[in-house]
Design a protein around this ligand. Sequence first.
Ligand SMILES: NC(=O)c1ccc[n+]([C@@H]2O[C@H](COP(=O)([O-])OP(=O)(O)OC[C@H]3O[C@@H](n4cnc5c(N)ncnc54)[C@H](OP(=O)(O)O)[C@@H]3O)[C@@H](O)[C@H]2O)c1
Length: 358
Amino acid sequence: MPNLPATYVTTTLRDGVVSLGARPFPRDALGAGTVVIKPDHLGICRADVKEILGSRDVMADRGPLFGHELVGAVAFAGAGTGFREGEPVTLNPNITSARTTGFAEYVLVHGTEEQLDQAVVRVPEPSRPDGVWMPEPFACVVHALRKLLHHTGLPSLRGKRAGIIGAGCAGLMFAMYARHLGAPVTVFNRGEPRRAFARQQGILADGEVLPLTDAAAPAHRDGFDIVIVATTVATPELLATAAGLAADGAVLFVYGGTRRGDSFPAGRADVDALRRRERLASVTYREKRIDLAGAYGCLREDYEEGFRLHARHPRDFPLERLASRRISLDEFPRRVMDMATGAADFPGKVLITVAPGE
Ligand SMILES: NC(=O)c1ccc[n+]([C@@H]2O[C@H](COP(=O)([O-])OP(=O)(O)OC[C@H]3O[C@@H](n4cnc5c(N)ncnc54)[C@H](OP(=O)(O)O)[C@@H]3O)[C@@H](O)[C@H]2O)c1
């Protein structure tokens, strides 16, 4: 294994503190069912920050998400994996918990050939230095909107009005895709910095992004056929705001931030279970019928659809414009701890570039 070093730099998350250090490379762990990925670029996700804070329910079947957004190349492929060294790949963290953190120079993924075929996804587009984007969060959004179309039986969102709460990375990708599917979009965001970022990057036009307080205005009440909640937490207040935006018969789609036992309206529909099991339930809210639904995670075909959409419709999906900041792996612990404590809040996506020598 000439390409693998004796030691490598990796991250540890322990008791809410992130640290970086060199470790012996675990050569003994390499087997026929192992793929080792050497990431070039990593993304920081809100879920990473939540895991630092301990405010995220970790699913046993997929393990912690800490360090799951990456693009890189296969550095080692066991004989039973179906991969080759050098292939450009990304990770789907929703398949197996038998993997190491992505916030490292090398990531080990173990599994059967079938599991690895889902967990390690080939990247068709060579990434340009100015064109880096993270396939995983987009694949989750592609998956979610496919689910929504499936639930509603609609072929597209043509003629449907889409309201999105949250102009974070997820909210902006929902806006891109819902617009591509034919819906006029309005994104409501609490703070000005993310609204400004969305406008400055040319992702949303002036009229497409509004303060969250505007959601209560009569002009928007009952005004949307699809309302997507894409915030860090789906608080009862935000769900009530979303339900206020929903027209009679609308779909209220919960994407971000539910925890075990969360319900809406209080005590009625289990929104966490609806999201994680990707189900739909109809509720009555203030004399309106609302279909509550959600989505969780993604599959290899969602990545493939994401790559296809980005390649064929680059103007509709300017995903590289979501990157707001580039940092090194050395800087990562300090920056992410600042994000966790609230000392820093970066709109868009913070990317980590792993230098070739790192
Ligand atoms: N279902 C899935 O498969 C899936 C997949 C990936 C991610 N997610 C979830 O999606 C969520 C959003 O991710 P992201 O990457 O978009 O995060 P992000 O870029 O950090 O954006 C977070 C958004 O939440 C808003 N927000 C946070 N707290 C709020 C509050 N109390 N009231 C109103 N708005 C609030 C922020 O608004 P401000 O600008 O005002 O702070 C911002 O718009 C996360 O919870 C993540 O875990 C779900």
